[in-house]
Design a protein. Structure first.
Length: 586
């Protein structure tokens, strides 16, 4: 039964996972680090990088991106097997009952999503199950060693500490914990060799501690800007309600009811304490803005550990029900997930195609100024793992000391041979000196200096005014037409916004040249991708008003206001239209 469960779960995940880099969050960065024994973003994740590199070495014929997706699927399959043994041997569940609960774990949305992409959370869940398995069976020293080693996969595993405290063998446990933590020595040792992927350059003790405690990446904040460490009774209550809302989407009401019933059992005190730390306390501490579209995407990975403890609570309490009710509850628990048809991502090439399109569009020796994380990580993956476009400069992290040092070392001709006192002087040098050395681009025009002119060229924007080509998207290749409506994943939708914004800005460039037909065509293409793009509705309204069609202009303004009722530009232009003024704001 163990082998059948392993191969079934692994096979289903293997069938559904993407064949290359996914759009998910930091996938590109972890692929680059793991495939080269490099340093990933803080805190470095050495326990993911080292086994990830060894795993890729076993399959040299596969790309690193696909190999690491498979690595995550393998971690989930192994975690499910350990969970089954834990339920049967410790909680004394029958094989059938245990099987239903572990399948429920493997099919919940967060576990399903993270088990198919090159992120560290699937491996973290395997370590979490290993820690709990060792703790339940009394292998105290092993549990502490796995805890120390597991912190190199993800630091949130420290929240499982209630399972380990209050036991004997303190000295041996402390030694084992220290031995596990020694995996972090990989960071300064490898950084001293100047690997291709060297985030934070922790070759010095100063840089090492800054990487370890995420000093340049928000510290304890989940998001360096949106996560605010200011609370009130109302905000705490709102965060708790939001946490419960997320659990309903993950587990359903039957899953929540069974989990909370298990928590109130006397034998579940440690489970309850750990669940409170991993779930409600952690989510309140993160204090992300509840109305932001990014919040559920940022929090989803942390629901993997919450779900793991949740299914342990279900296993702890399910045997308290009579046999007939137990079967009914377990059918209700698993049923919705079996018939929901989980998302299959075999044809997900959005991130890969986006990166290749950028590489096609950017000319030799180009500089991409301050690209977002998805852009940076995807392009870095191509540079590091496939040696594509090593001439391209990704101009980011230059505001940190290590970023500036790497920039000077690896692109010595980009800056004048002088030292800079601060980041402002350095940026000034980009716009007065560096732009004469290399062509400068951005994937979002608002990143370029204020009052500077730019020309859209498909997905990118060239600093300065250049003739607009007949087809700025000539080099863009997509395997299927992008559309928000077809995507349930925030990160994929975010990536598609680059295409929608590019069409909208190119349409605006055509309109400025009074070429109305291509302008209107590009605005419509933008809205096909993202029907909620208010800038496209606003620009279409201006175009129609410029051609003398006031009624059509009003329709576009009002349509945009349906998606953004408080948009000031749409309101202003609608008021100008009502007062018959002909100067509309773009």
């Amino acid at each position: 039964m163990i082998f059948l469960l392993f191969f079934s779960v692994f096979g289903v995940y293997l069938y559904s996972l993407p064949g290359t880099i996914s759009s998910y969050r930091d996938s590109g960065d972890l692929i680059s680090a793991a495939s080269t024994f490099g340093i990933a973003h803080p805190p470095g994740y050495p326990t993911y990088v080292i086994p990830g590199r060894l795993w890729c070495g076993f399959f040299p014929w596969a790309t690193a991106s696909y190999g690491l997706n498979v690595f995550s699927a393998l971690a989930i399959a192994l975690a499910v097997v350990l969970l089954l043994k834990l339920f049967m041997q410790i909680f004394q569940l029958s094989a059938g009952n245990a099987l239903v609960i572990v399948l429920f774990f493997s099919l919940t949305p967060a576990v399903w999503s993270l088990g198919q992409v090159s992120e560290m959370y699937a491996l973290a869940s395997l370590f979490a199950v290993g820690i709990l398995y060792a703790a339940y069976f009394g292998y105290q020293i092993l549990a502490w060693f796995l805890m120390g080693l597991g912190l190199g996969v993800h630091p949130t595993l420290i929240l499982l500490i209630p399972f380990l405290v209050g036991r004997k063998q303190y000295r041996a446990s402390l030694f084992a914990f220290g031995m596990g933590l020694s995996v972090f020595l990989f960071l300064p040792l490898r950084a001293s060799m100047d690997p291709l992927q060297n985030w934070g350059n922790p070759s010095t003790w100063r840089n090492f501690w800054r990487v370890l405690f995420r000093a340049d990446y928000g510290g304890l904040r989940l998001h360096p800007v949106e996560s605010q460490f200011v609370w009130s009774p109302t905000s705490i209550l709102d965060q708790l309600v939001y946490f419960l809302t997320l659990l309903v989407k993950e587990w359903g009401w039957i899953g929540i009811s069974l989990a909370f019933w298990g928590m109130v059992q006397k034998k579940s005190r440690r489970l309850l304490l750990s669940f409170l730390w991993v779930g409600p306390v952690f989510f309140v501490f993160s204090n992300l803005p509840l109305g932001a579209e990014t919040t559920p995407a940022i929090l989803q990975p942390y629901l993997v550990l919450v779900t793991l403890l949740g299914v342990l609570c279900i296993g702890s309490g399910v045997n308290t029900f009579p046999a007939g009710w137990r079967i009914l509850f377990l059918i209700g628990l698993l049923g919705p997930f079996v018939f929901a048809c989980p998302v299959i991502r075999r044809e997900d090439y959005y991130a890969y195609d986006y990166g290749r399109n950028l590489l096609r569009l950017l000319p030799p020796n180009a500089v991409l100024y301050e690209p977002d994380d998805p852009t940076t990580f995807t392009l870095r993956m191509f540079q590091v793992t496939e040696k594509r476009r090593l001439d391209l400069v990704l101009l980011n992290f230059f505001r940190t000391r290590w970023g500036y040092e790497q920039l000077v070392k690896r692109t010595p001709n980009l800056l004048p041979p002088v030292s800079f006192q601060n980041a402002q002087d350095l940026e000034h040098a980009f716009w007065t000196y560096s732009i004469h050395q290399r062509p400068f681009y951005a994937e979002l025009p608002q990143k370029l200096p204020k009052e500077s002119s730019y020309t859209p060229q498909g997905l990118i924007y060239r600093l300065g005014i250049f003739p607009l080509s007949d087809n700025p998207f000539a080099f863009i290749v997509l395997r299927e037409h992008p559309s928000h409506a077809l995507q349930d994943d925030f990160f994929t939708r975010h990536l598609l916004n680059y295409y929608a914004s590019a069409y909208c800005n190119t349409g605006l460039a055509w309109a400025n040249q009074k070429q109305w037909a291509p302008a209107q065509s590009d605005y419509f293409k933008a809205l096909v991708i993202d029907p909620a793009l208010t800038a496209a509705y606003n620009d279409l309204g201006i175009l129609e008003f410029s051609l003398g069609y006031a009624a059509e202009a009003r329709q576009y303004y009002e349509q945009g206001l349906k998606y953004a009722p408080q948009d000031p530009t749409l309101h202003e232009n609608l008021n100008l239209l009502d007062s018959s003024k002909k100067q509309l704001k773009s």
